[in-house]
Structures are given as C-alpha cells and as structure tokens.
Design a protein around this ligand. Structure first.
Ligand SMILES: [Zn+2]
Length: 70
C-alpha cells in the first residue's frame, strides 16, 4: 500500500485505484465498489426517468389536462 488511493486486487494482487470497480490487470470485480457503482447508476437512471417524465408531461399537458383534474 504505497498510496491511500490504491489497494491490492483480491485476485492477482496488482495495485489498483480504490474507486475502480474492476481490476485493470485481471478484470476481477472489487467487492463493495460495485455497490457504489450500482447506486450511482441507479441514481442516474432515476434522474433520467424523472427528466423524461417531466418532459413527457410538459409536452402532453393538453392531453393530461383533459384526463387529470387541475
Ligand atoms: Zn487483479
């Protein structure tokens, strides 16, 4: 451990970034970092879905106005 930002790969022992989801040498997934990446991906999808829904609603206000009470 020469740097706090580096850690050893669980599979091959190569020093890789703490925030890397996979080992750059052997491709072994690095445990807890996968959860962080999964959460980040989930947040991005959630935000994208919210933006898409907002855009959809603003484009279909007239149709929605006929269906939903204001
Ligand atoms: Zn490795």
């Amino acid at each position: 451990m020469s740097s706090p930002l580096l850690k050893s790969c669980k599979a091959c022992g190569t020093e890789i970034s703490k925030y890397s989801p996979f080992c750059r040498n052997c491709g072994h997934p690095q445990g807890s970092n996968l959860i962080i990446w999964f959460l980040a991906l989930f947040l991005i999808v959630l935000i994208a879905a919210y933006i898409a829904f907002t855009l959809y609603c603003s484009c279909h206000t007239e149709q929605l106005g006929a269906m939903l009470p204001r």
